[in-house]
Design a binder for this molecule. Structure first.
Ligand code: GUN
Length: 324
């Protein structure tokens, strides 16, 4: 079993932060590495005459969504993805939005179609999500891509769980071995965009996965036996460090904005130091990874749909099953 002693100083990056023997996983640094890889793939595509394109649609004027969309556009610029934003008023009829998605689905220059959520209440989210062509569904929210995680077919993975898997690969490297196979993994939260795909990805990596949710009895009991804990509930400081197994790796997906504007995670970070072997902080953990994986998905979608002519069809898709 992994203990926090397994985290050898020589195996950490020189710049990595270690607080009371707990490695604070630098999501910003890992996301930078992902963006560098994506930029190199974009350059290969552009050299073959193909510029990857992402289309973002924002309905209404939710302030948080405006900030997220601006960030996505900046990220695209950095790696060379062409991006377009369509802004629609909050009272846009669902029909108009669906017609817009149909047009983007037909547009050969658009590789990724993303409709920013949440949508105004009168627009049925599921109708919108399922309208996006599955090979342009860079959010990975649609049934075909979610289904790929079950069937084992290659597909586009939702950005947050995809980012967590990439983060865990880095944890494995930095800790000199944190294999997922056979590991007791507990996922808290069963949403279809984070918890459920997260559990399926961990299962594909041969972890023993328990999924807990708001009706789970004795959450602490489950947390105490987790060697890997992924928490995605949006409930500020739901998990106290004293619940953790010594040497656990903790990935905190939740983000809550406090009254003073600061951000908190689902895990009480300070109390986890000295108990967890590694923990992703909020902010600076999973958030940057989610943004980076959107770029990864957009370029993979482009290479898969349009890269064949340029001999780039073998570009990676974010999910490939490890076995049939
Ligand atoms: N709103 C908050 N996060 C996301 C996301 O990852 N995708 C979309 N489409 N909307 C969001």
């Amino acid at each position: 079993m992994q203990s926090r002693d397994a985290l050898q100083p020589s195996q950490r990056d020189a710049k990595s932060i270690v607080a009371r023997d707990t490695w604070v996983i630098d999501g910003r640094a890992i996301a930078r590495a992902v963006r560098r890889e994506v930029a190199a793939d974009v350059a290969r595509l552009v050299a073959a005459g193909i510029t990857p394109g992402l289309s973002v649609t924002l309905v209404g004027d939710d302030p948080a969504s405006q900030i997220y969309v601006r960030g996505k556009i900046r990220d695209c610029e950095e790696v060379g993805i062409r991006s377009t934003v369509t802004r629609m008023p909050a009272d846009t009829p669902a029909r108009v939005l669906l017609d817009h998605i149909d047009a983007l689905n037909r547009d050969d220059g658009v590789d990724g179609v993303l409709v920013q959520l949440p949508l105004p209440a009168h627009i049925p989210t599921l109708d919108v999500v399922s309208r996006v062509r599955s090979d342009k569904d860079v959010d990975g929210f649609g049934a075909p891509n979610l289904g790929c995680l079950v069937s084992g077919e290659p597909g586009l993975v939702a950005c947050t769980p995809g980012g967590v898997m990439r983060m865990l690969a880095e944890v494995d490297r930095a800790m000199g071995g944190f294999p997922l196979a056979g590991r007791d993994a507990v996922v808290i939260g069963r949403s279809r965009i984070v918890g459920t795909p997260m559990a399926l990805l961990l299962l594909d990596a041969d972890a023993s996965v328990t999924v807990c949710h708001h009706l789970s009895r004795d959450l602490r009991h489950h947390v105490e036996r987790a060697e890997l804990l992924v928490v995605a509930t949006g409930a500020r400081h739901l998990i106290h460090g004293s619940w953790l197994k010594s040497g656990a790796v903790v990935i905190d997906v939740g983000i809550t904005r406090n009254a003073d504007g600061s951000l908190s995670g689902d895990v009480d970070f300070a109390s986890a130091l000295g108990i967890a072997a590694a923990i992703s902080p909020v902010p600076g953990g999973v958030g940057p990874m989610t943004r980076a994986m959107l770029l990864r998905n957009t370029v993979d979608a482009c290479a898969r749909r349009r890269g064949e002519a340029a001999g780039l069809r073998s570009a990676p898709l974010t999910f490939r099953a490890t076995r049939p």
